[in-house]
Ligand binder design. Structure first.
Ligand code: NZQ
Ligand code: ZN
Length: 381
């Protein structure tokens, strides 16, 4: 194990009906002006918005809505939220949604308390926020694990860049699997694939002694695959949704990263693919992973073999990568660029730009150069 420090800012309320317990314990600690933040309308259709509104009003909160947070939230949306928070003297932000809503609110929280532009501060000066409007998260779509960390992924439209912006971690998160029941099946599977990707990418970092975090990561991967298969059988399986919801949080709450470096090269490529195409995050990862792993499988043969055996019950590293690809197809997730929903036609020129602008990770099994990243992307055509 490498040296590490671990502490956790987010209190988790997990399980059906846990929102009542969470609000009873937490809302008394925050001021009266609450920003209720949500996405493009699912919460209004499934009744979650009305439920939140009623509980906030019972707790004597004044509510201002921050609505329309899109998937792959934009920097413009962050600035809109921060202006709204300032205008209404918001004391507490309640993010109700998936990774996009939660990420947007993390940065709104920090930006609202800053005099300067948060992007310039983080990317220009290398300084990170030290304060933010307190926030809580009610997760309605699982997969990203965004509810248990302070990092957000934001699309800066003019800069054609999708990447991390650090904001505020939620002080509490409600993880009620029942809230995920209305998520469209393909989003459920895309989200779960994102979780699988987080665990694989953490496990494949190159700090490679025998490490307890690897064992935990393998358990998360195996459990994610098992429960995705349960959902293929019965998409309404609450136990499977429940396991996947906790897998999701576990994969991104820092536990798997203890004592080790991580890879996350597939994520860096996908984020830039997202910047150019606005594609779905989990689906972009599904396309990229097998091609990327075929390039690096020989650079970490023991780790890939172990993953193959534990997660997919096959004997060799290469067979593990094939099994991953078959599993992606079994789930009905995309394996080629032309299966992604995109705002532009995905051409070799677009992929060249993605390859030329994505972050290159130095702590994966092997550092790739941009030409090889382009080759990987072209193999996904
Ligand atoms: O916007 P609404 O109407 O709510 O619809 C959403 C959206 O269309 C819908 N949805 C959510 N809950 C629902 C529901 N539909 C019906 N019933 C419900 N209960 O699901 C769609 C996808 O939601 P979104 O939040 O965009 O998905 P996800 O949770 O996958 O988040 C994706 C974003 O998170 C970032 C991604 O890059 C992407 O921007 N990530 C954040 C990470 C983090 N902060 O740690 C890590 C990840 O690697 C990832 O990069
Ligand atoms: Zn992800």
């Amino acid at each position: 194990m490498n040296k590490f420090t671990f502490s956790y800012p987010t209190k988790v309320y997990f399980g059906e009906g846990s929102v009542a317990q969470a609000f009873a314990a937490e809302l008394g600690k925050v001021g009266e002006n609450v920003m209720l933040a949500y996405g493009s309308g699912s919460v209004k259709k499934n009744g979650v918005y009305d439920e939140m509104k009623a509980m906030l009003s019972q707790a004597d909160k004044k509510v201002v809505d921050f609505s329309g947070i899109m998937s792959n939230p934009t920097y413009t949306k962050v600035q809109e939220g921060a202006a709204l928070a300032r205008e209404h003297h918001v004391d507490f932000i309640l993010a109700v949604g998936g990774g996009s809503v939660i990420d947007c609110c993390k940065v709104v929280s920090a930006q609202a308390m800053l005099e300067e532009d948060i992007w310039n501060m983080e990317y220009g000066k290398g300084k990170f926020p030290t304060a933010g409007i307190p926030m809580g998260a009610v997760v309605t779509a699982s997969g990203t694990g965004a509810e248990m960390n302070a990092g957000a992924v934001i699309t800066y439209e003019e800069k054609k860049w999708k990447g991390p912006v650090f904001g505020t971690a939620a002080s509490f998160a409600v993880l009620d699997p029942a809230y995920t029941m209305s998520v469209p099946p393909m989003q459920v599977l895309s989200g779960a694939f994102d979780t699988l990707s987080h665990a694989m990418e953490t496990y494949l970092g190159n700090s490679d002694e025998d490490n307890v975090s690897d064992d935990v990561a393998l358990a998360i991967m195996r459990n994610t695959v098992v429960n995705m298969r349960r959902l293929l059988n019965n998409i309404h399986d609450m136990q499977a949704r429940s396991n996947l919801m906790w897998d999701s949080a576990m994969a991104e709450n820092g536990i798997l990263k203890c004592g080790r470096l991580t890879d996350f090269q597939a994520h860096q490529i996908e984020h830039q693919l997202g910047a150019y195409t606005d594609c779905n995050h989990g689906q972009g990862l599904a396309v990229i992973h097998p091609a990327y792993y075929r390039h690096i499988v020989k650079d970490a043969p023991e780790k890939f073999t172990r993953l193959a055996k534990v997660v997919f019950n096959v004997d060799t590293a290469e067979a593990g990568v094939d099994a991953l690809e078959s599993f992606i197809k079994e789930c009905g997730l995309p394996t080629k660029m032309n299966q992604l929903k995109s705002t532009v036609e995905i051409t070799p020129e677009v992929l060249r730009q993605v390859a030329d602008t994505c972050n290159v990770i130095k702590c994966g099994p092997r550092e790739l150069d941009r030409e090889e990243i382009y080759e990987i992307l072209m193999e996904c055509m």
